[in-house]
Design a protein around this ligand. Structure first.
Ligand code: 3VV
Ligand code: UBL
Length: 251
């Protein structure tokens, strides 16, 4: 099988699996919890955690104890691919919803299962409406004691480095006065590269870093907070991916 065909088959299988299993999971969610609620994430997680076996992926997780903070928190992580959903569900704490682009809602059963799980949809093309949605989330996450997971790069990036962070996640953490917990996944580049049609089995290292407090911070501190998270996460990314630093780029 040529690598291109192999890649296409494996990605198609992944999408088909997502569509079919979402439909099944949606039925389970509706029967058990009756509608849109973060409680459905437990069901979704149980289904998605089996996906890794189909693709020969292994996760090596460190720092899970850092999720054990009392009450709400903001989780930020790097975003490499549509495959990230597997890594997300591998470590997802209870009572945690993700922020996603609203286009995902229209992916058939996948959109439905995200809706049922309580995913917060934002319109990235309208900063003002996205900010409004996220300010609302800053209030509800405190009253409803939920954690929120945001990909601060705002889009997928599979280069082995981080894109500059968008500010929304950090405004959210400061407005809600909740700690920021960074999560870093090692680079996929050794086993997954859509440009070169590479998709083999592989191991992914995941590290949940210690929470960064935001009590007392104001909107003036958002840039600092974002920069701090960015540099910690970038260092961790290079360490987990086996790069000694930014100077050494495997591409
Ligand atoms: C059972 C089987 C199942 C199988 C199927 C699977 C189902 C699994 C179920 C569930 C898994 C769910 C998985 C979901 C995954 C989704 C992934 C994605 O979709 S990633 C894309 C969307 N995510 C984001 O975009 C990040 C969030 N983005 C932001 O936070 C941005 O900041 C945003 C959109 C709010 C604005 O973006 P800007 O592009 O305009 O850029 P900026 O520079 O950040 O903001 C402009 C100015 O506004 C200020 N600003 C931003 N937010 C503010 C705020 N809240 N308050 C005040 N100012 C704010 C900033 O400080 C900046 O101003 P100054 O340059 O600093 O002066
Ligand atoms: C009836 C309509 C049928 C539509 C068929 C669509 C088939 C696709 C099915 C499953 C694909 C698996 C989806 C897993 C969810 C992962 C979410 C995700 O990672 O979205 C990418 C988004 O964060 C970043 O957006 P961009 O990188 O800016 O883009």
């Amino acid at each position: 099988l040529s690598p291109t065909v192999n890649f296409a088959l494996r990605i198609s299988f992944y999408c088909a699996l997502c569509l079919v299993v979402s439909a099944l999971a949606a039925v389970a969610c509706l029967l058990v919890n009756g509608g849109r609620t973060v409680k459905n994430m437990r069901i979704i997680k149980a289904f998605v955690k089996t996906f890794k076996y189909f693709f020969g992926l292994r996760f090596e997780v460190k720092g899970l104890e850092n999720f054990k903070v009392e009450g709400p928190a903001l989780i930020v992580s790097n975003h490499q691919s549509i495959l990230d959903m597997m890594g997300l569900m591998e470590v997802l704490p209870d009572n945690c919803v993700q922020v996603g682009k609203k286009e995902l809602m229209y992916m058939g059963s996948v959109g439905l299962i995200m809706y049922l799980g309580g995913v917060i949809f934002i319109n990235r093309k309208s900063t003002s409406s996205a900010k409004m949605v996220m300010s609302e989330v800053a209030k509800t996450m405190v009253t409803e004691n939920t954690k929120v997971w945001v990909y601060p790069e705002g889009t997928r990036n599979c280069t082995g480095d981080l894109l500059p962070f968008k500010k929304g996640a950090f405004h959210l953490a400061v407005q809600a006065q909740v700690p920021v917990i960074p999560v870093v996944y090692s680079s996929f580049t050794t086993f997954y590269n859509p440009k070169t049609k590479l998709f083999t089995s592989g191991k992914i290292k995941v590290e949940i870093l210690p929470p960064i407090e935001t009590k007392g911070l104001t909107s003036d501190d958002v840039t600092d907070l974002s920069d701090r998270c960015f540099s910690t996460m970038r260092e961790t990314l290079f360490r987990l991916s086996g790069h000694p630093g930014e100077a050494k780029d495997s591409s």
